[in-house]
Each structure stands twice: as structure tokens, then as C-alpha cells.
Design a protein around this ligand. Sequence first.
Ligand code: IFM
Length: 449
Amino acid sequence: MPFPTDFAWGAATSSYQIEGAVEADGKGASIWDTFAHTPGAIANGDTGDVACDHYHRWRDDVELMASYGLNAYRFSVSWPRVQPDGRGRPNEQGLDFYRRLTEALRERGIRPALTLNHWDIPQALQDRGGWQSRDTVERFADYARLCAEALRDRVEWWITHNEPWIISALGYRLGIHAPGVKDTEAELRTAHHLLLSHGAAVEAYRATGLAAPVGITLNLLPTYPQTESEADARAATLSDGYTNRWYLEPVFNGRYPADMLEYFGDRFSLDWIRPGDVERAAQPIDFLGVNYYSRRVVRAPRPDEQAEFAWVVRTETTTGVPTSDLGWEMTPPVLRDLLVHLRDTYRSPTILITENGCSLNDEIAPDGRVHDPRRIAFLDGHLRAVAEAIDAGVDVRGYFAWSLLDNFEWAEGYGPRFGLSYVDYPTQRRIPKDSFAWYRDVVAGNGPA
Ligand code: IFM
């Protein structure tokens, strides 16, 4: 296996999904605290109030990672925990939590990768417009500076945003994530401010003198036409422009893709894109974080069909292609093609796979263990795809399985289980699944056998 000797083998989590303790030690409310308590917003009425109680159990969770040999861990900082109103003086108690966590990780040889925004921004900022407001861009830069100054010696990789497309599309167009807005122009304005704030945060971070690598994590959806028709090919190009290129092009090339600017420009004024903005989003970065779960197949809308866009996402799956228990197709070879495509299109960026995993309806077996052979097959297939990409010359430096623990899966609540460790929520007991034991051997062998 061609994995470099210092390859990062890790698992990932995010603050709202695991921490709980939503009012502890001076933490302010986040938009997810508000949204999760909105009747009907989350399956089963679940909330992140307790989640995996990681805020109190973090020592055990670090021990768990160490005992399974991980050498890296990706987590996110809860912005309202360290800056309750999203502005002004930091909450030192909140920062102390991340100081202790990162120190303990380092002591065990686990390199921390920190994400600044994995969606749970302060409610106080939302009350002033949230990501739709340009002011949030500068607030985010201040927050980046504050975290860089507090955690400067301990963090190995800094990530500005996690999945800006999901934030914009699910939070502002579909309204199924916080803050629950349903407005396509709001989605695009949000995406713009996220991109701009990414650039502003990189500037702020560099101004502190930090030299550790900084990047952004995008969830990339390799998109294929449903048929060979010209109409479906055009639908696939536009859909790719909407989910992938709308973010990749500003970050790497300092411009929005021309075809999408024309497409959206015909529908919206886009007057919130100001001169110099997109260039600012293109601050040089040290790596691209790639979250990959599945491909996307699209088609052109039928003449009698009411569709919002010039593409329609196919909902049925392909016969013979395995799916997760959330119905997502498992298509490992697509990851290799995606990585090679990124290398060829965006000047060979250094890449960290910041998330990859699958949700299964895991259960505790009569022997007290959790047997998840389908997850092992999923992870194995994707790691082989990463190995092939490395062999083809792609500069991949790390892989973070999603997720360390079963956790709060946003609008789906606690039903889906993505963890390497099962979490028995009533007792908070962690039960490492068979896949975690398998992953331990992968890490020890620097790649699957
Ligand atoms: O749980 C999420 C995570 O927060 C962001 N990426 C996708 C995961 C699975 O849906």
C-alpha cells in the first residue's frame, strides 16, 4: 500500500453532534440549539442537549482513540462555547475545554485537526442575519483569530468551514437544517458569505503568525448523467456547477464558474457579490479537505415536471449497487476518480479525506458486540480507492473515518449510526464495533492488508 509513513489515520466528529452540555460553563446558544428545539424539526424530537456527553467524557474518548491506535482526530470547536455572543471577549472556560482536549490528544500522539465551523454558529449572530449578513464574515475572522491564538501550539491542521454547500442548501434553501430558511437567493448569499469568510479567516489566521496548514472542507458530489442524452449531460454539468464548482472555483481560482454565474445571474441580482470578494476567498491554502460519501446521478426535468432547477436528482438507486441503511449508494471507485479529477483540475492540491463513512442500523449482538461487516467492506473499498489515487500521483496526506462515535445526525436525530464505536445512549457506554478493530489493524499496517 502506498500510504506515506506519516499518513494521518483518524476519525472525525463535530461539536454539536457529540458534545452535549449545551449550557455548561458559560456557553451561549447556537442555531442548532434553537432549531433542534423547534417542534417537528428533528426526527423523533431528538436534540443535541446531551448527545454523546463528550463534554464530560472526553478523557475516555481520547483513551478510546489511543487504544485503537489512531494518530489523528478531527473535531470542531463550538463557536458559542468560546464566544457566546459571536463577538467580543472569549469565554475562557469554553476555550479551556479545547485546550485540555488538544493537550491530551498530543500527549497520546494523536494529531488534532480543528474545524472552526461545523454549523453550530451563535444564535446571537443569527438574530442579526447569520450567514446572510456580511457582518458575520468579519465576526468569523475574529473568531478564527481567537482560536488560533488560544490553541496555536496544539493543532496540526486548521479547517475553516465544514461543507459550505450543505450549510447553504439544507439550511437556507430546503430549510431542513438550522436556521430553517427556505429561499434560494438566501442560499446563494449564504454560500457567498461562507466563501468570503473562509478567505477572511485564512487572512486572520496567517496574521497571527501561525504556520500550521490551513484549509477548507468541501463535501464533493461527483455527478453523473442518468442517460447518455445531451439534455442529461447538460443537467449533470449544471448540477456539478451548483454543488461542487460553485465552491471549488472561488477557493482555487478566485472566480465563480462562468456557466453558473450566467445561470443564477438570470434568476437573481447577485448584487451581494462585491468587487474583490471572490478574489479574497482564494487565499492560498495548504490542503483541501474532502468529504466523500456517495455519487449523485441527475437528469433533465421532464417537460411536464415542475422543477426548481435545470436538473433533477435521481432518487432511485442503481440495481446491484449496495447502499447504506440511509439509502446512499456505496461507490468506492468514484472516490479515486474524484481525487484524480481534483489533481488534474486544481493544480494538484494536497488533500485530506476529512470524512468518509456509512450509516448502518447497527445493533448489539447477543455476544455483546457490534458486528458491522458492511462498514468494513465500505471503508476497505474506499481506502483502496485512496491508495489507487496516491499511486496515480494524488497528494493525499490523511484519512478521517466518519465518525468516531455514533452521534446526532442532524435532522435525522439519533437513528442513523455512522460510528466506529456504538453509543448506547441511555448509558453512554461506548462499544467499539468490529469495524473499529479492523481499522486499528489498518492503522497499524499503514493501510488495509
Ligand atoms: O454527520 C454528517 C457530518 O456532520 C457532515 N458530513 C456528513 C455526515 C453524515 O451525514
